[in-house]
Structures are given as structure tokens and as C-alpha cells.
Unconditional design. Structure first.
Lengths: 135, 123
């Protein structure tokens, strides 16, 4: 696959239910051996099997939306252990899994897949033109 | 009850010397010199094409919708009504959505780096 927006994430940006820089956005390290990513069907966090969620980040900080480009500070997953991680999901956290809309899945990044060893895992957002992603 | 029967129009175009005659149902309705006949022919052709576009509006809109659905930024008509219908069909027509489901998204991603740090030593 490739880095991509979930269809329902795309829909969320258009219908106004996702506001990148004001909503609480988090990311999770995903073990794709325990769940299959379906960009066309998966809509909320409850579609991601609990066993596939290796670690969940704190809320993203310093989020910006300038010119349709989604950016944030680098993301640190603290003291991660568990199965191999093949991708990273981003989602809008409402506090309820069934309404926490999945936004995008990143499976193409230098360093992926990664096998946790108890230390931190840092997701460094690209400093180029597209940052995390550009709509 | 009134029954409307379409009129049968029989027309002929005849050339006499440098003049062109238009004869409808046996009566000469226009006697034109050749330059005027050429202007009339061009006007007729233009209006005929527009009339054909109206008569085939649904097909033109549908073909335009297929182009739009395929990602081409062009339509086959200059008519605002037909263009609006084509745009509506491209987005909502059930058959087009079923058989041409993929409109490639234009979003682009940066290339992130995932870095694994060594475990922190326990004090």
C-alpha cells in the first residue's frame, strides 16, 4: 500500500467533522499482523483491533493547516514494547472509539516496519513541502 | 378532441444560373444569389447543430459525465444546463459510481522517519 487518507477521513474534512488544528488528534502504532487496514471501509477507531494497537501517542501538538498542509510536532511514543509495527494511524480522538474518526494511515516511512524494544519510538514529520500530508 | 398530425414538408433546392432557389411544397420561398445562399447555409448548419445538441442533451450530458468521472477536465457541450447535468451525473449517477468507482485522490504525503530509541536505563 502507500500512505493514504481513509475515505471517511477525507469525508470528515469535507463535512467539517474533522478540524485538524483544533480537534484532539492522536496517532497509534499499528501491528498489521493483527488487523488489516481497509482505507475504504474502516471509519472509526473501533475498526482497529485492540490487539493491533501497539502504542497510542499523546495529542499532537503545534498542529497547522496552512495551504491545506497538515503539520505537527514530531510524535513520541513512550517506552514501546510489543509486536512489530508496520504502519501508523492518525485519528481524531473524541474519547469514544466508535466516534473517533480515522484520518490517515502511514505505512511508507524510513524506519518502518519497526520492532519495539522498550525504548521510545519517534515519528519525525517530514520538513518538506507536504509535511504530514497535503490535501 | 384535436389530433395534431405533423406536416409533411417536401423541399427542394434548385440552382438557376447564379441563383439558388428554395422550394417548399412546390412553392418557391427563397430566391437567393449564391453569396446569400452560402450565409443561409452556414446559419442553418449552426442552428442545426444546436438543435441536435438539445435533442441529444441527455446523451451529451452522460458522455460528458463519463469524461469527468474518468478525470478529464472537459465536457462535450457549452450549454450551462448540460454541463450542470453532467457534473451532477458524474458525482451521483448510480451506474457511473458503480462501474467507474475510482477517482484518484490528489492528496500527497511527506516522507516521515520512524526512529527507534534505545530503552532508558533504570536508575
Amino acid at each position: 500500500m502507500a500512505n493514504a487518507l481513509y475515505d471517511k477521513g477525507r469525508e470528515g474534512f469535507l463535512d467539517g467533522s474533522i478540524d485538524w488544528d483544533t480537534n484532539t488528534i492522536k496517532s497509534i502504532l499499528v501491528d498489521e499482523g493483527a488487523d488489516t487496514i481497509d482505507l475504504a471501509v474502516d471509519d472509526n477507531l473501533d475498526d482497529r483491533a485492540a490487539g493491533s494497537r501497539i502504542s497510542t501517542s499523546a495529542a499532537l501538538t503545534t498542529k497547522t493547516v496552512t495551504n491545506g498542509v497538515a503539520d505537527s510536532d514530531d510524535i513520541t511514543f513512550t517506552a514501546v514494547s510489543g509486536a512489530s509495527v508496520e504502519s501508523v494511524d492518525f485519528f481524531k480522538d473524541t474519547g469514544t472509539e466508535s466516534t473517533s474518526r480515522l484520518i490517515c494511515n502511514v505505512d511508507t516511512a524510513t524506519g518502518l516496519p519497526v520492532t519495539p524494544s522498550g525504548g521510545d519510538i519517534v515519528f519525525r514529520v517530514d520538513n518538506g513541502a507536504n509535511k504530514l500530508f497535503k490535501l | 378532441m384535436q389530433v395534431i398530425v405533423p406536416k409533411q414538408v417536401e423541399f427542394r433546392v434548385r440552382q438557376e444560373g447564379d441563383r439558388v432557389l428554395l422550394i417548399i411544397n412546390g412553392q418557391c420561398v427563397a430566391d437567393l444569389e449564391w453569396k446569400a445562399a452560402e450565409v443561409l447555409w452556414q446559419a442553418l448548419r449552426e442552428k442545426t447543430r444546436r438543435a441536435e445538441e438539445v435533442a441529444k442533451a441527455f446523451s451529451v450530458a452522460r458522455d460528458s459525465a463519463i469524461l469527468l468521472r474518468a478525470g478529464a477536465r472537459m465536457v462535450l457541450s457549452g450549454s450551462r444546463k448540460i454541463i450542470a447535468e453532467a457534473v451532477k451525473m458524474a458525482g451521483h449517477d448510480r451506474d457511473l459510481r458503480r462501474f467507474m468507482p475510482f477517482i484518484k485522490s490528489q492528496e500527497s504525503f511527506g516522507h516521515p522517519v520512524v526512529e527507534k530509541l534505545p530503552p532508558k536505563e533504570m536508575l
